[in-house]
Design a protein. Sequence first.
Length: 259
Amino acid sequence: MPAADTDRPRPKSVDPKNKVFALIRSRATAGPLEELAAKRKNIHIVVTDMSNPRKLDEAAAEVAKVTGGSLDVLILNAGSAGPETSTLPPSAFHGREDALENEIHENIKNNLLSNIYLVNCFLGLVRNGVEKKIVFVSSQCGDVEFTRVTGLATLLGYSVSKAGMNVITTKFGAELAQEGIKTLSMSPGWVNTDAAKAVTGDPEIRKFMLNAFHKIDPTVEGPISVDESVTDQLQVIQNLTEADSGKFLTHHGNHDEWF
């Protein structure tokens, strides 16, 4: 990806000089992505398994063939909200210890371990890149103060895994700083994705979430669009410097504007 201009960033695939790689589990469920890739030949779809380091090594090798062995920005966007028990608060797991272990383990596996695998498998390409940036798409749920103020007691495993990966991202930043590699954890905001619609589309759940979020920001009315979130995130990534490496920021590039 080339150095960004001074205007608000556009989706990177808009510029044909950029090479964009999308790692997915299956092409069978990637209809919209397939349509976009058919229009923009600089989008490359790579099928892999985030939980399998060998498969990720193969994916990195596939990317390297296209880029000549380098990658400017690695964005860790894969994740899962975990099993159905995500709707339970911690005390509800008393007497359900097996469910608690599954709640924690599934989220740690999907949202933390898999991302460590991904970084390690692609690190050689990032080392050869120009921008040398690793960005983890985190969540407000991984922030202690956000949880404390909103009083959101559910999404236990998801929150733990996001908070844990925030620390891991900082650890990578500390380890790789001398190589000029910068890392960042970033909340995308409350975004109107398909996954969010499946949850907050329910009027009662939406009302509950708004009541909680209003404790942080009384002006929030609902989720922002995917385009708005992505544009804001790209701005933060564009502005990432060594001074901010290892931090956990919002999509506005600060510590408190979560929406």
